[in-house]
Design a protein around this ligand. Structure first.
Ligand code: LFR
Length: 480
């Protein structure tokens, strides 16, 4: 039996989980959870990276003796280091407005179609590439000698060693998903110096050991190795989908919904680009072919506006609201920025000629119906674009605790849904560490272990397919 610490940082909280792995054993417990509170400074929206690092240290102390540590977080964001290796300012939040209008300028140099053919990444205003284009010309960027993605930055602070983890590197829009190496052509044409990036490392590679000061601060006894995991949280979560066989789709739910398929090779066609599917990399040479959907962010932002009412009660009321009265386009980047979410949802309903949801229960129902509809569209498009039919949808992540969302997704997709585990990213993190140390076998073995050990809930589709089709058509007509 071995014990691993999984540091898993999400948009609203970070956690350090301890995972115990053995023959037919996979147990996860929470050592420490801490808030992740981005701060709006005069310069814009920033991550409070020092608070996150302090939370990691506190979590490692709470976890106690472990055989190794792994770190995953959200993607695309980074810290810049100067020539001495010191951090230059707080990392910019991907929801910051600095990338507004930047993509169009980038496309004037490398057209969007060429970018997609080279990198396979869907358009999102916050892809690292656009963030770099926005940063160019700033004094901070002029002093930058190194760029470390968030999990790599924390790993550097813990170990003193620098690297660029592959699954997260695949979200920069500077990587070629076919060769799994940097796209030198794209970088050169956009004047991006790839020397900013530390050498690539792969999930399972060693990433150093906790520095003596870190051992002292956490009360741990060395050596404690740090292992490279699939450091993009979504890659870790997909690694922890408890699927049997290959005919499955997944939806990683949380702040985002990431809905798609696991493939052996990227799909770089024009149709795929038009449908805004991304080809991010997963473990073992897999491709995470998926679409970003706004996810429970829509609801989280409403809850914030309403003063954090009781979610359980709100969901009970939302279940009583008539289905599919109004739906919004949950893929729309118009919902990306924080603030005034109930108002923005009402405006979207009004401008598409639908009834405007009035009460929190009605708005909640509108959000959940809209998410389920977006899940349906994403999975239908993914199957069409890859010619890979699926029999079951696996929902993993925090949204598995939202039974109404899981049921509506089963209804909308017309497919059985298997929900769980909720802490998929942390489990994927633990399993990749365990595998690096020879405790579990291949990907299929990892998934069998998950299916045998984790509680899963099944939802059968309820037969109202025509209503979902009609809502889909209604939305498509209103939002081309
Ligand atoms: C989910 C996630 C998504 C990524 C978004 C921004 O936590 O990592 O996969 O598109 O956050 O980084």
């Amino acid at each position: 039996m071995r014990t691993y610490a999984a540091v898993d940082l999400g948009a609203s909280s970070g956690r350090v989980m301890t995972g115990r792995v053995g023959q037919d054993v996979l147990e996860l417990s929470e050592a420490h959870r801490f808030p992740n509170r981005p701060v709006r400074t005069p310069e814009g929206l920033r991550w409070d990276i020092l608070a996150l690092y302090a939370g990691v240290l506190e979590g490692l102390r709470a976890a106690g003796a472990v055989d190794s540590v792994g770190i995953d977080s959200w993607a695309v964001d980074f810290g810049l280091l100067d020539a001495d290796g010191a951090l230059l300012g707080n990392p910019v939040h991907y929801r910051d407005s600095r990338t507004e209008g930047v993509a169009q300028k980038v496309w004037a140099t490398v057209p969007a179609a060429e970018l997609y053919a080279a990198t396979g990444l869907q358009y999102a205003p916050f892809n690292t590439l656009y963030q770099l284009a926005a940063a160019r010309g700033t004094a901070q960027f002029a002093h930058a000698r190194r760029l470390l993605l968030i999990p790599d930055l924390l790993t550097y602070w813990l170990t003193g060693e620098q690297g660029t983890e592959l699954t997260n590197a695949s979200t920069t829009q500077l990587l070629d998903p076919r060769t799994r190496a940097w796209s030198h052509d794209v970088a050169a044409r956009l004047g991006i110096d790839l020397g900013l990036f530390a050498p690539l490392r792969r999930p399972g590679d060693p990433a150093g050991a906790l520095r003596p000061e870190v051992l002292e601060q956490t009360g741990l006894h060395g050596p404690v190795p740090v292992t490279t995991v699939a450091s993009h949280d979504t890659a870790s979560a997909v690694a922890a989908v408890p699927a049997e066989g290959e005919r499955f789709a997944y939806i990683c739910t949380g702040t985002w919904s990431l809905a798609g398929l696991e493939l052996d090779a990227p799909v770089l066609t024009e149709d795929s680009r038009a449908a805004n599917f991304t080809n991010e990399l997963g473990i073992d040479g897999t491709v995470r072919y998926l679409r970003n959907i706004m996810g429970l962010w829509l609801l989280q932002e409403c809850l914030r506006e309403w003063g954090e009412p009781d979610l359980g009660e709100l969901l009970r009321q939302a279940a009583e609201v008539p289905a599919l009265r109004s739906v919004v386009d949950a893929q729309d980047a118009a919902f990306l920025a924080p603030g005034r979410m109930p108002e923005r949802i009402a405006a979207a309903c009004r401008s598409t000629g639908q009834p405007v949801p009035a009460t929190p229960a009605e708005v909640t129902r509108c959000v959940l119906d809209s998410l389920a509809l977006a899940h349906r569209r994403a999975l239908a498009d993914a199957q069409r674009l890859t010619d890979r039919p699926v029999d079951v949808v696996h929902i993993v992540g925090g949204g598995t605790r939202n039974a109404l969302l899981c049921q509506l997704t089963a209804d909308a997709c017309g497919l059985p849904v298997v929900a769980g585990p909720a802490e998929a990213a942390a489990l994927g993190n633990v399993l990749v560490q365990a595998r690096a140390h020879g405790l579990v076998g291949d990907r299929a073995d990892m998934r069998r272990l998950l299916a045998r050990t984790q509680p899963l809930t099944r939802y059968a589709p309820r037969g109202d397919a025509a209503a979902w089709r009609a809502a889909e058509d209604r939305l498509a007509a209103a939002v081309p």
